[in-house]
Design a protein around this ligand. Structure first.
Ligand SMILES: [Zn+2]
Length: 183
């Protein structure tokens, strides 16, 4: 109990639970990101991205999971908790992780554009902030990435269909090439 042991077996297991949440997001036509918060080996919060459902840009999986965890613990301090999330946290969520003083953040796929756990920036271990989290990335990365890729591929296909329909309506006017999505 005295020294923190990074147990890769349980990281694999808990990321599996975060992945289940991400699938629920995909089912709700949300960008598939899922998160769980673990304390003393138990999951105390589970959430998935609900930005569209709640029409709330702050409703990222991590934010919802952290709020749930605060309720479960009865304190805003989550110093003995670990957040598992399928995608590297954005600056908002990484900021929240520091504010609640999470012990550790474990993520699946990194985000080159906005990842704030060390890829685009590192807010989880920012020298002048009053708390730093341990970070582990790349846990079940292929599965986390595949979920996002499938989702955005579906989105692109829908966009292309819509664009083709518009071109038809505009009587053969050339459409603009569709932009590549995230991931
Ligand atoms: Zn976020």
């Amino acid at each position: 109990m005295s020294e923190p042991i990074i147990d890769l077996q349980s990281d694999h297991y808990f990321m599996g639970e975060a992945l289940r949440q991400a699938v629920r997001a995909a089912d709700a036509e949300e960008t598939p990101v899922g998160a769980v918060v673990v304390r003393e080996g138990r999951i105390i919060a589970r959430a998935f991205n609900q930005v569209e459902t709640l029409r709330d840009a702050t409703a990222h999986a991590e934010m919802l999971a952290l709020t749930q965890a605060e309720e479960a613990v009865g304190d805003w301090r989550l110093t003995d908790c670990t957040l598992y999330v399928t995608k590297e946290p954005c600056p908002m969520c990484a900021g929240a992780a520091v504010h609640v003083r999470l012990a550790r953040v474990v993520y699946g796929v990194s985000d080159p554009k906005a990842g704030a756990a060390g890829t685009a920036m590192n807010l989880l271990q920012f020298p002048t902030m009053n708390h730093r989290c341990d970070v582990t990335g790349g846990v079940r990365e292929p599965e986390c990435r595949a979920l996002l890729q499938t989702f955005f591929a579906g989105r692109r296909e829908e966009n292309q269909k819509a664009a083709a329909k518009n071109r038809k309506n505009e009587n053969g006017a050339p459409g603009s090439p569709s932009s590549a999505g995230d991931v």
